[in-house]
Design a binder for this molecule. Structure first.
Ligand code: NAD
Length: 466
């Protein structure tokens, strides 16, 4: 995914955050100079030994009250998130609550995963430690502007790292609000927020950090990995996706169409695990498309603050134009363009795109291969389950997938799809404690769950004879 322009406007010293539904300025932050980014890293390094010297439990205790404080402000922060990023108010408030509600449980799960473990054999007793790496750079996107920082900052901090955090230039205010809630209870300089776009991101990656945790596009992920190679800095990259949905024989078509409409269009398709491609059995194709069309027509496009809005605006004009270009190109190349029959996109300054279904799509079309990150989904007929799996695997991405169909048949297909997370007759969400993980070019390393939390630490083994 490439973003041509940003809705945020920077004067060089000030970054204005723009409401993508109205074009109004929501608020401003000061842009950090590259020197200030490096100074922040130096301060975070100076603060790190004292933070590491605390026990895991002490670090948990320090952070405990930040979650309830966020929860108390869920309505206010939800409104800020909605106005800054565009998603419907209920989803925006839901995102704040998702971060804050299980706060203590999450902190204790992270600490448990990082506790030393004793491993013994006949001759040797070893202790496996998970020590901090040092200073962590955390760089996040705008599409879940509180949840993405939340997923990275808590394990980085509980592991004993200090963190320099750069939220997306599109959503600096909600990023700052989340970081402020943590900083309010942390010792000075354990978490420092810097603001800006790629210049500041580059400065942060090039500075004296030990670990870079990044969620964002595949293109920027590659640049970060290349830059990190010089210093062999650790990287944890959660990147883009082009998730397939397989609709096989035996599928409950109502359930599949409801899922597809929701998962292709929620957050205006600006979700890394959006359904972007659908492969449907030729026997089911026409019925499925009719149902998907009917489900999509129920989705009201509008300002996220307005009652009843299901789909807000796209984050900026560049992203809107990228999606419209893909749709137009697919139409020119022979796809049928079906714009959902529901509400018209509101007039005015907002970057609105109505939900769009493309049928007759082939893999010669860009829209089938490159991330759209917008409210558009492709539909391709297949004659066998094998063909569906081969096409599902035919992109560089491998984040998520879903298969609807007869359960045994769907399970067989699911095992063959090269994606980190696959749902059978449901979305991809795993049981609590399972990781959030991408395969292929959708990521390097992963987070969440005990194995994910451990990736924010350096594993060490100290052994003695018995
Ligand atoms: P992006 O890659 O354009 O930007 C992400 C962050 O990187 C921003 O803070 C940006 O300022 C910064 N940045 C840009 N250039 C940089 C550079 N050269 N060096 C360092 N930092 C730099 O992504 P985006 O548009 O903010 O977010 C959308 C992308 O994020 C999509 O591709 C989406 O799939 C992906 N995403 C992935 C996941 C996941 O869990 N895998 C979750 C959410 C979003």
């Amino acid at each position: 995914m490439t973003i041509a322009t940003t809705s945020a406007t920077s004067t060089g010293t000030t970054l204005d955050s723009i409401n993508p539904a109205t074009g109004e300025v929501v608020g401003s932050v000061s842009v950090s100079t590259p020197d200030e980014v490096r100074a922040a890293v130096a301060k975070a390094r100076a603060a790190q030994p004292a933070w590491e010297a605390l026990s895991l439990d002490e670090r948990v205790e320090k952070l405990l009250s930040a979650g309830p404080a966020l929860l108390d402000r869920a309505d206010e922060l939800g409104e800020l998130l909605c106005r800054e990023m565009g998603k419907p108010l209920a989803e925006a408030t839901g995102e704040v609550r998702a971060c804050a509600s299980n706060w203590e449980t999450e902190l204790r799960e992270i600490a448990d995963a990082l506790k030393p473990q004793v491993v013994e054999d006949e001759h040797t007793r070893s202790t496996v430690y998970r020590d901090p790496l040092g200073v962590c750079a955390a760089i996040t996107p705008w599409n879940f502007p509180m949840l993405m920082p939340h997923w990275l900052l808590l394990p980085a901090l509980i592991a004993g790292n200090t963190v320099v955090f750069k939220p997306s230039e599109e959503t600096p205010l909600i990023g700052q609000a989340y970081a402020d809630a943590l900083s309010a209870v942390l010792p000075e300089d354990v978490l420092i927020t810097v603001h800006g776009a790629d210049e500041q991101g580059k400065a942060l990656v090039a500075s004296e950090v030990d670990l870079i945790v990044f969620t964002g596009s595949r293109e920027v992920g590659k640049k970060i990995m290349a830059e990190a190679a010089g210093g062999l800095k650790r990287v944890l990259l959660e990147l883009g996706g082009k998730d397939p949905l397989l609709v096989l024989e035996g599928a409950d078509l109502d359930a599949a169409a409801t899922f597809a409409a929701r998962n292709a269009f929620r957050n205006a398709g600006q979700v890394c695990v959006s359904t972007e491609r659908i492969y449907v059995s030729d026997k089911l194709h026409d019925d499925f498309v009719a149902k998907l069309r009917a489900e999509s027509a129920k989705l009201v496009v509008g300002d996220g603050m307005a009652e009843g809005t299901a789909i807000g605006p796209m984050i900026n004009a560049g992203q809107r134009d990228h999606v419209l270009r893909q749709i137009n190109q697919a139409g020119t190349d022979g796809a049928t363009v079906i714009v959902a029959d529901g509400s018209e996109a509101p007039a005015g300054e907002g970057n609105f795109v109505r939900p769009t279904i493309l049928t007759g799509v082939t893999h010669a079309m860009e829209v089938a291969m490159e991330e759209s990150f917008g409210p558009v989904v492709t539909v391709t007929k297949v004659t066998t389950d094998d063909e569906a799996v081969v096409l599902a695997n035919d992109t560089p991405y491998g984040l998520g997938a879903a298969v609807f169909g007869d359960p045994e048949r769907a399970k067989r297909a699911a095992r063959r799809i090269k994606a980190g997370m696959v749902g059978i007759n449901k979305g991809l969400g795993g049981a609590s404690g399972t990781p959030w993980v991408g395969m292929k070019q959708s990521g390097i390393g992963f987070h969440s769950g005990p194995e994910g939390h451990r990736q924010f630490a350096q594993v060490r083994v100290v052994s003695e004879a018995k």
